[in-house]
Design a protein around this ligand. Sequence first.
Ligand SMILES: CCCCCCCCCC/C=C\CCCCCCCC(=O)SCCNC(=O)CCNC(=O)[C@H](O)C(C)(C)COP(=O)(O)OP(=O)(O)OC[C@H]1O[C@@H](n2cnc3c(N)ncnc32)[C@H](O)[C@@H]1OP(=O)(O)O
Ligand SMILES: Cc1cc2nc3c(=O)[nH]c(=O)nc-3n(C[C@H](O)[C@H](O)[C@H](O)COP(=O)(O)OP(=O)(O)OC[C@H]3O[C@@H](n4cnc5c(N)ncnc54)[C@H](O)[C@@H]3O)c2cc1C
Length: 664
Amino acid sequence: MKGVDHLAHERNKTEFDVDAMKIVWAGSRHAFELSDRMARLVASDPAFQKDGRIRLGRKELFKNTLRKAAHAWKRILELHLTEEEAGWLRNFVDEPSFTDLHWGMFVPAIKGQGTDEQQQKWLPLAYKMQIIGSYAQTELGHGSNVQGLETTATFDPETDEFVIHSPTLTSSKWWPGGLGKVSTHAIVYARLITNGQEHGVHGFIVQLRSLDDHMPIPGITIGDIGMKFGNGAYNTMDNGVLTFDHIRIPRNQMLMRVLQVTREGKCVKSNVPRQLIYGTMVFVRQTIVADASTALARAVCIATRYSAVRRQFGSQDGGMETQVIDYKTQQSRLFPLLASAYAFRFVGEWLKWLYTDVTQRLQANDFSILPEAHACTAGLKSLTTTATADAIEECRKLCGGHGYLCASGLPELFAVYVPACTYEGDNVVLLLQVARFLMKTVSQLGSGKKPVGTTAYLGRVQDLLQCCCDVQTAEDWLKPSVVLEAFEARSARMCVARAQNLSKFENPEDGFAELSADLVEASVAHCQLIVVSKFIDKLQQDIPGKGVNRQLQNLCYIYALNLLHKYLGDFLSTGCITPKQASLANDQLRSLYSQIRPNAIALVDAFNYTDHYLGSVLGRYDGNVYPKLYEEAWKDPLNDSVVPDGYHEYIHPMLKQQLRNARL
Ligand SMILES: CCCCCCCCCC/C=C\CCCCCCCC(=O)SCCNC(=O)CCNC(=O)[C@H](O)C(C)(C)COP(=O)(O)OP(=O)(O)OC[C@H]1O[C@@H](n2cnc3c(N)ncnc32)[C@H](O)[C@@H]1OP(=O)(O)O
Ligand SMILES: Cc1cc2nc3c(=O)[nH]c(=O)nc-3n(C[C@H](O)[C@H](O)[C@H](O)COP(=O)(O)OP(=O)(O)OC[C@H]3O[C@@H](n4cnc5c(N)ncnc54)[C@H](O)[C@@H]3O)c2cc1C
């Protein structure tokens, strides 16, 4: 039976069609229906319940994850789910596991870097989970610097095999998810050596464990790297350590789409660029951007619903106290995060389109937009994961003391999410890649090369260096062209200033190292411009549903104007806007917060998260927070007994001791 809806009064204030917004959020009616069906399937299956997992010890936790992964696979087969449905189902199971790496990196690496024959051999095995794969790139000594990896793959022409070897302690593979205890195979990145010559780092398919008894192949040492940040959280994953002692694999297990090694050990380059070896990382970074909006929306949904339930101060004549969501300070912290969730959703959609476009072009041997795809995926991965990790922590604070309880769902979400700032490329290292791309683009402007895609605005650099922001009233900040120009001018001016500073150095690499902190700021400005411009593009689409476009406009301007406020130093110091215009932007922001306020609950309802997926007492759909929080407390193992274990050993003697001392 459905209980009372404590948030009904909030839902009654809604000024737009929530069902239509659910479809906008999901991306299409098809995506909405499919994800909704999978979310309900998982939520209604007791085998997938999540209660109490934070209280499990590592071994129990890990075994529990194995059980869920096996059950998910069973359901996928029984229900004949499509690949898309299966992906949603795994997502709603909501527990990091070896399957993330198998489907998210092992399979894509074979698809992206394997030859047709390799794909025909390995993909069917992987699709049926007759083998389980991980992605073993990072080592104890090197992660960011991929060219610094030490594992070797030496071709032996006598046996037509590669010998995979870990020559040093620091060459031990370290971190790969699913490797520690589960994977039977891995894509191992190693330095290719043929005829005594080095040919850079390449991927190799290596069997790690027996398919009969799961024992490591002789010569392989393998295990888990140990507990990670937070209770439960990412400890469901067996991140692993792996060393090779002269392991032999057939020559045809090197992924050879980029470079082929012949029977004689000769290296033959194909027509695809060497950077395609990094293609799996581009793919995964793109999915991480899409995931950022999902994680951010979870935190924002919890904080928004709870902010509407929670009341503090302001009671007059014994009436109700103020809902904390009505405090302007709460709104100015919460609503930009709500706006960011939508902004990241749309930029994630666009990035998926870009990735699909690049993939099609690559197949037609057009590699021209690979550098831009790399810069966009790297930069947006960095921007969205940093913002999301910070936002989850801000949402915890927005929930006051109760946000710190595991029952809020926020500590676990933070612990699971925060490594996204590191894995798949440290966020600063990735911004430096964007900076290289931007500086290269600026340096080519003089030679007449016209920038395209996300850097097209740099082609108008002369105008952008001179333009004056056309804002006289707060309402002027609601013009897309005004907002876009301010962001373009800020980014262009920062890029040009950095490029001028770089040109003062004799050696560009020295300059790049010296100015790297400034360069990273220019990358952030460029990436924020991409997010703002893709949100504005979204508003130009024909979006059905009463009031939906209006809400999205409000969110778009909140996203942009809040950034303007936060990075005011950039906008003012580059002369893009005046202090007076900045003050008008703030006036407009406050007005937008008031307009969003009555719609806030409906805007988080549009995420369509089940209570199972949210996993938060504070974020419950029905807002029935206090009784459930009270109930939850009694489930803690400490409350199994009234008098705790240890009383007789430690508390009682202490009390008696004090009594004796008092008598003395
Ligand atoms: C409450 C409970 C909730 C539960 C939720 C559960 C939900 C599940 C959550 C889990 C979600 C997802 C699971 C994810 C699992 C984690 C997976 C993590 C996997 C990994 O981390 S794999 C390892 C990734 N490693 C890295 O990313 C390393 C980073 N380093 C690099 O990328 C590069 O080496 C480099 C930094 C780019 C180095 O560059 P450098 O210039 O030194 O290198 P090169 O000389 O090799 O390159 C020069 C040239 O190439 C261009 N280039 C570089 N990279 C690329 C690329 N990827 N694509 C295209 N081009 C590239 C570069 O720009 C240069 O070009 P230029 O010569 O200047 O034109
Ligand atoms: C939870 C988790 C899961 C992972 N899963 C996998 C996996 O499945 N497979 C896999 O292969 N790897 C995996 N990794 C490894 C991950 O990809 C690396 O940790 C990541 O790429 C960062 O590299 P690093 O650890 O070498 O960091 P480092 O490069 O050592 O970073 C340390 C510090 O140095 C700074 N720094 C480094 N280089 C530069 C530079 N050039 N300029 C300025 N500053 C710099 C960084 O910004 C950072 O502050 C995982 C990591 C984690 C945390």
